[in-house]
Design a protein around this ligand. Structure first.
Ligand code: ADP
Ligand code: MG
Length: 634
């Protein structure tokens, strides 16, 4: 006796709850169809017996051992369509779809086992003849229940539907306005696999939805063969999209509405071509059906292997597995209705279906729903909205006037956002994010400009210092205080910065600080570079500049008589400056001419500094020429 794993506990309780946790198993229920009139006529025996509500016994003919299978629910041939609807747990999926989950119900089994009957009832008896209400399948009953349910919700809901079939590995839109044409399946990170250009129809009443169903059913491919007079030759997927009106509407016209999904999949049945007697086109169809079902079985097997589940699952092997990828291994909640025939003639296929279904209920998904708009109380939303509005205004005032077109909001979306609190919140969040980025960019270019300004100012100071040093060294004796650079520059070009130290000597013309070494507190200016201890104990103004060559304290000539080599050193220094060599203590200038980028980078200070730098170079040149015209002191 064989017993396969199944979830423990009360099935009804499980079926009405939400996802059981992060890992939710696929829910599987079994439906055994009654013996058909033809099977009874042929005298075929039933080999299936239900034992309780969840166990099925298989008694092979010829007296072999019984085999038992356990499922979420087992419904025997005497069960009505309403029994199946109530026991299978589809209402739980409907509730989850209303909460934003992506849910799938699919029927599975051998051809002629009752899959289409279970989902949509018996085949229509004629054009436009509806299925009698007592025989309506899971789909019609779910539609009725769902539309009744949304009427009693606090939040208004928008409903859309799409209906497609996979026929010979081609996707056809069963709701297309013209003749169905093949549509491509695409993949992207946010949506996973999806059908491009699929028609999604909004509906507002049960009648409208039933019409869409009838339209699809009548366009779906079906043929007669030995085992089924109206055998479906394609896999059909009808999807309901449930979006709350507080959710963002799709941005692109082709985009599916955000929110929950409830998808009904009527698989074409696996068939033995020999048993069904399919030839020609029928055989081609059967082969493509079997191939896609094989791909589905392969994916399920791999999903069952805990080690393989983390790695590659070949969902791309068929269109069917692509479109079921999320339901099988992704974030969906899935219900499988396995259908079997009780006849002993179908036993091999029945056993295969039962084993397949037993394994499928060990496959788990990780259901995920988008955050429900109900999760936040409206008060909280309003507070957040006000905060964002305030931040928005603040950012706008910081960045100055903004072009309304630059906000990137299309007219329709703005209009929609104005009507909708939650939408406005999201729009503000997006816009604030954009404004923050813009502000950051401006801040970084401002920092860059400050950096450049600092470099230029440093260079100007360095040149001033060196110029004064050159002038001072040209003096034969201690003499008076070093001359100010401004005596050699036209007054217009003289824009000296304010003195750095209150104790410094100031030039009476341009108010530039005189040589730092003449300042009684020069340690404050250059202590790190030249050492904090002043050489000598004499009056500070009389000391040599720190960069003057060191001299022997005992020498009488020290600081009074300059040698010829000292003069040469001054000359070399001055030449270095006029030839625009890089100063050892100055950082390199930015590439390009000095006044090339005042617009963005430096503001008004940069051209001033550049002019000042230029003036200093002129001074050095003049000083050098004067120095050359005088004979070196002896
Ligand atoms: P499948 O879709 O699995 O190929 P169908 O749903 O088309 O099979 O069913 C095959 C035939 O069996 C149809 O004529 C259908 O009306 C009949 N049938 C299936 N299940 C039942 C049932 N539970 N009660 C009565 N007739 C059924
Ligand atoms: Mg069918």
């Amino acid at each position: 006796m064989e017993e396969r794993g199944s979830p423990d506990g009360d099935p009804a309780r499980n079926l009405e709850q939400g996802p059981e946790g992060p890992e939710t198993p696929i829910q599987v229920v079994l439906r055994v169809r009654p013996m058909s009139a033809a099977e009874l006529r042929r005298g075929e025996q039933s080999v299936l017996h239900c034992s309780g509500t969840r166990t099925l016994q298989v008694s092979p003919p010829g007296g072999g051992p019984d085999v038992a299978f356990r499922f979420g629910a087992v419904l025997d041939g005497a069960s009505t369509q309403d029994d199946v609807f109530r026991a299978c747990g589809v209402r739980r999926l409907g509730e989850l779809a209303l909460r934003g989950f992506s849910c799938t119900v699919f029927t599975f089994g051998q051809t002629g086992s009752g899959k289409t009957y279970t989902l949509t009832g018996p085949p229509p008896q004629g054009e436009g003849v509806p299925v009698p209400p007592s025989l309506a399948g899971i789909m019609q009953r779910t539609f009725t229940w769902l539309l009744d349910r949304v009427q009693h919700l606090d939040v208004p809901v928008t409903l859309h539907a799409s209906y497609l079939e996979i026929y010979n590995e081609q996707i056809r839109d069963l709701l297309s306005l013209g003749a169905p044409r093949p549509l491509p399946v695409r993949w992207n990170k946010t949506r996973g696999f999806y059908v491009e250009q699929l028609r999604v129809v909004e509906f507002g009443s049960l009648g409208a939805l039933m019409e869409l169903l009838q339209m699809g059913l009548s366009r779906r491919r079906s043929s007669a063969h030995t085992l089924n007079q109206a055998s479906s030759r394609s896999h059909a997927l009808l999807t309901l999209y449930i979006s709350h009106q507080t959710q963002m509407p799709p941005v692109d016209p082709g985009e599916l509405p955000a929110g929950g999904k409830l998808c009904f999949v009527d698989l074409a049945g696996s068939e033995k071509v020999v048993a069904t007697g399919s030839r020609g086109e029928l055989m081609l169809e059967a082969n493509s059906i079997n191939r896609s079902l094989l791909a589905l079985g392969h994916c399920i097997s791999l999903l069952l292997d805990p080690q393989r589940k983390q790695s590659h699952i070949p969902f791309r092997d068929s269109k069917l597995t692509k479109l079921l990828a999320d339901s099988l291994g992704g974030h969906g909640v899935t219900l499988m209705v396995a259908c079997v025939s009780p006849s002993a003639q179908c036993l091999p296929e029945t056993l295969s279906t039962l084993r397949y279904a037993s394994r499928a209920q060990r496959v788990t998904t990780r259901p995920q729903a988008p955050r429900s708009p109900k999760a936040k109380p409206p008060q909280h939303l309003e507070t957040e909205l006000l905060q964002l509005q305030e931040e928005n205004l603040h950012l706008r005032s910081q960045l100055g006037q903004m072009d309304p077109k630059a906000s990137g909001l299309s007219g329709a979306r703005v209009a929609w956002a104005q009507r909708n609190l939650y939408g406005m919140l999201q729009e503000f969040m997006l816009e604030n994010e954009r404004l923050r980025k813009e502000k950051k960019q401006l801040q970084s270019s401002r920092d860059l400009a400050h950096g450049e300004q600092r470099i230029l100012a440093q260079q100007v100071r360095e040149l001033e210092r060196r110029l004064l040093s050159a002038c001072y060294l040209q003096q034969p004796g201690p003499g008076p205080a070093p001359p100010c650079p401004c005596v050699m520059v036209s007054p217009l070009l003289c824009h000296a910065p304010p003195p750095l130290c209150p104790h410094c000597q100031l030039c009476p013309l341009c108010r530039a600080s005189l040589a730092h070494w003449a300042c009684p507190r020069r340690e404050l200016h250059l202590p790190q570079v030249f050492g904090s201890k002043a050489p000598g104990d004499g009056p500070l103004s009389a000391r040599p500049p720190p960069w003057a060559p060191p001299c022997c304290p005992s020498s009488a000539k020290c600081s009074r008589e300059r040698s010829h080599s000292e003069w040469t050193q001054t000359q070399v220094l001055a030449e270095m400056l006029t030839e625009e060599k890089v100063m050892p203590s100055a950082p390199p200038l930015p590439a390009g001419p000095l006044n090339a980028s005042p617009v963005l980078r430096g503001g008004a200070a940069v051209p001033n500094l550049a002019r000042r730098l230029e003036a200093l170079r002129d001074q050095i040149g003049t000083s050098l020429r004067r120095g050359r015209s005088q004979p070196p002191p002896r």
